[in-house]
Design a protein around this ligand. Structure first.
Ligand SMILES: Cc1ncc(COP(=O)(O)O)c(C=O)c1O
Length: 356
């Protein structure tokens, strides 16, 4: 066997259980539960076969996203999903022995990317109430780590920092590249843009995977200072984004009303779901984003299994620091959450009429 480089031999890969989910109600990965705009499907169906044979063309894609957020196109770069942007950030800026500052628990793909580069990982835990560890992070930034990620709102805790606070952190650490993962910005409506366009050490990541409903096609955007976007372009492959994603992305951006309607449905369903959990006396934690943490009474893995038997997927957080015993529940449309609540009440042996 030829060994890979030492960092890769030592790596714990990020593995998501993503098989066999299509026929189930997917409340486990924060995807859209209603799918994309019909205009996306129409656009893909309208592609002639010779579009499959040619390498993809990207004209108009960065422009369409830039227009949707009111940014100059030089500040925007399309990527093969935000995962690819995260990888590109580490490829471009993650030097061996440099410090990667982050919080824990957070999105699972940051850490293996840092490990691949041989970076030193410094993870600050959230507070017991899942509040952001602002004082500790502020102090750590004084040592000018190479890279600092803020997942805002954080997946899976929902913890949200005010954009002004994130910008102040970036200003306090001009030698640190600050990456703000705003994957759930459609649900919060709060962004560090436009400050990210002006500060030379701040970059923001957005995606069409969640609210826009095209997770399978893989399309995201890195938005930031021109100098950062230009460095990311250097490490991204020439044809990393496929033609279907280009066509779908433009069509999705051309129908913002579809996304707005879905976001409104999720807000309504979230309020209802949280109200029900409260009424049942079930511990939960909800912040920004289309998800909430739920601590079922008893064994979480057992409840997750029983929900699956009833055709509903949720993501177990068993064994994770601070959130052990919980599962992450994606909030979908109101009727889907009603279906979840009926199944959950049975799976967790709760009394549907109980008041505590
Ligand atoms: C916080 C966060 N960042 C990034 C990603 C990956 O997004 P994409 O589908 O655009 O690669 C996810 C997906 O769940 C996420 O929750």
């Amino acid at each position: 066997m030829i060994k890979a480089k030492p960092e890769v031999e030592a790596l714990t890969p990020y593995v998501a259980p993503l098989e066999g989910r299509r026929s189930l109600l997917r409340l486990d990965f924060n995807e859209s539960t209603v799918g994309p705009s019909p205009k996306v499907v129409e656009a893909i169906r309208g592609l002639p076969p010779d579009a499959y044979a040619a390498y993809p063309e990207y004209a108009g894609l960065n422009e369409a996203y830039a227009a949707s957020i009111g940014a100059p196109v030089e500040n925007v770069q399309a990527v093969n999903g935000v995962d690819a942007a995260i990888k590109a950030v580490f490829d471009a800026y993650g030097d061996k022995g440099g410090t990667f500052l982050t919080t824990v628990p957070t999105f699972g793909y940051y850490e293996p990317c840092a490990q691949q580069q041989g970076m030193v990982i410094d993870e600050v835990p959230y507070a017991d109430d899942l509040g952001y560890p602002l004082a500790a992070v502020t102090k750590k930034l004084e040592a000018a780590p190479r890279l600092f990620f803020v997942c805002n709102p954080n997946n899976p805790t929902g913890t949200m920092l005010a954009p002004e606070v994130v910008v102040a952190l970036a200003r306090s650490a001009p030698q640190t590249l600050v990456v703000v993962d705003e994957l759930y910005v459609a649900f919060t409506g709060r962004s560090v843009l436009p400050a990210a366009l002006a500060l030379p050490n701040l970059v923001v990541l957005h995606s069409l995977s969640k609210a826009a409903g095209i997770a399978a096609l893989r399309l995201g955007f890195a938005i930031g200072h021109r100098s950062i976007v230009e460095r990311l372009r250097r490490v991204i492959g020439p044809y990393d984004i496929n033609m279907f994603a280009v066509v779908a992305g433009k069509a999705a951006l051309g129908d913002p009303e579809h996304m707005r309607r879905y976001v409104a449905q999720v807000h309504e369903a979230r309020a209802w779901t949280v109200g029900e959990l409260r009424r049942l006396g079930v511990r939960h934690h909800t912040g920004g984003g289309n998800y909430t943490l739920v601590w079922p009474p008893g064994d979480v893995e057992g409840v997750v299994r029983k929900l699956r038997d009833r055709g509903i997927l949720v993501r177990s957080m068993a064994g994770k620091p601070l959130i052990d015993g919980s599962f992450r529940l994606t909030i979908g449309a109101p009727e889907q959450m009603q279906r979840f609540m009926t199944a959950f009440t049975a799976a967790a042996s709760l009394q549907s009429g109980s008041l505590r």
